[in-house]
Write a protein that binds this ligand. Sequence first.
Ligand SMILES: [Zn+2]
Length: 525
Amino acid sequence: MLLSSLVRALFTRLIVLTIVGAMFTPGLVAATSARGLASLPSMTRYDAILPDFRDDIYAQTSDLLPVYDVSASFNIAGDGLSTITGTTRLSYVNFADAAQDEVHVRLYPNAPVYLEGGIVLDEVLISGEHIDPRYDLDDTLVSLPLFETLEPGGEVDLTIQFTSTLPFERNQSYGMFGFDQESGSFNFAHWQPLLTGWTPGIGWNTGPLDMRGDPVFSNAALFSVQLQAPSGLVFATTGVATSTVEMGATTIYTWESGPSRDFVMIANPNFLVAEGIVGETVVRSFYTAEHAAIADEVLEMTMASMEIFNELFGPYPYREFDLAEAYIGPRAAGIEFPGVVYISQNLYNIENPNLEFTIVHEVAHQWWYAMIGNNQYLHAFLDESLSNYASIVYYELRYGPDAADQAVDRFLKRSYFAALFGTEGDQIVNQPTASFPSDRSYGRIVYGKGALGMQAIRDEIGLDAFTRALADYAELHRFGVALPGDLLAAFERASNSDLSELWRHWFDAAEGEQDFVPSDLVEIT
Ligand SMILES: [Zn+2]
């Protein structure tokens, strides 16, 4: 995500933010048997992956990823609240390293910020038998007791019937789940029951939802979604549509996600689409007629950033990537999801420097969060600081070092200095999102200072070793959940040096006054 407070400040002073998230690799470990040959997902589950990468990714992930089969119906209620009613059949392999007596499912729409919105479970079956779930944390967490202990590698089938209600409210939340009456935009983030996230060495995330950064922390899975919806909507989604059948007033879509942490959609009857190709990936930008004049530029920024990141971090292996103009709440500038990102309609002005920075930041999240996961509740900097600094590298390679320096001043230093020399003071970057003293402090430290920390490492080891380290880290943790030590280790391998002190200083300490003095702030204002 990129927070609006960071972007809004840009007009007066210029600052920015964002939000963004597993594998086997060190991240997905199921020891032994995992899924038996007979129940391996079919290759069609990987339709979203480019043919050149499909066999490798299938071999890497098919025996351990949860498989979601979702069949749902979207009902628009006129002036009332629209709903999605559906059934999820979930084939789950215990990919963790310990036996399980329960499976934990998140019901994100029940977060109090969604007010009149929510999600209810109408029925839950385990291996075909009814069970009574245990609800906790304002009904945002559901624990499903298993009939038998599930050993690592063991498999179980769950059936969950649900009804989600989209709220109108988008001021308290980031607006990623809800309906905007003015524009007719339906934002479908975390609209369905999702397994809670699991972190290597830490375990299942069953604590309170954290609505300060990206709320969804989840491991890679395979989603096959069939949605019946009123005809006339234009959808941007995770994955690819494998079938679209229009039957008068109703259209039935089938989408496949490939390995993905979530399945997210956005629909608007007024969307127009601009399309291009990067490598073999189809890149599409969804926008409204009001912004047609800058549609080509928006698509171009999206494609240019994907091309640069493909080169630096290893190829984006999916067939499609969608970027959508979104009517989200005032708190977010952009929000990343697997294969699709939302960019706030408020930024659609080519004179606004936040537009390009936000687009590039969200594209970078396709690596740092979507493919290479991390626990955003505990280590948000792994994806946010990295995506913000990757954006600086984009400016450097595309426009030159002066443009990169300007972007550092505008998007990193201004926000960090506001904290360092303001009332909040310096903070540790690598701490739980919920532990920061305020939303503002979280934004300034993780997006500003954290990205400057990445720059300090790059300055120490050089751009070549820095990007080789990131490509190596990406390869090793693709579809997994990486930890801070994994990133440090990648930088140290690539540079053959001990970076532990530099890492501690930037990410695990609050010693910023050793790096900057107040006159540095004056210089950039
Ligand atoms: Zn972000």
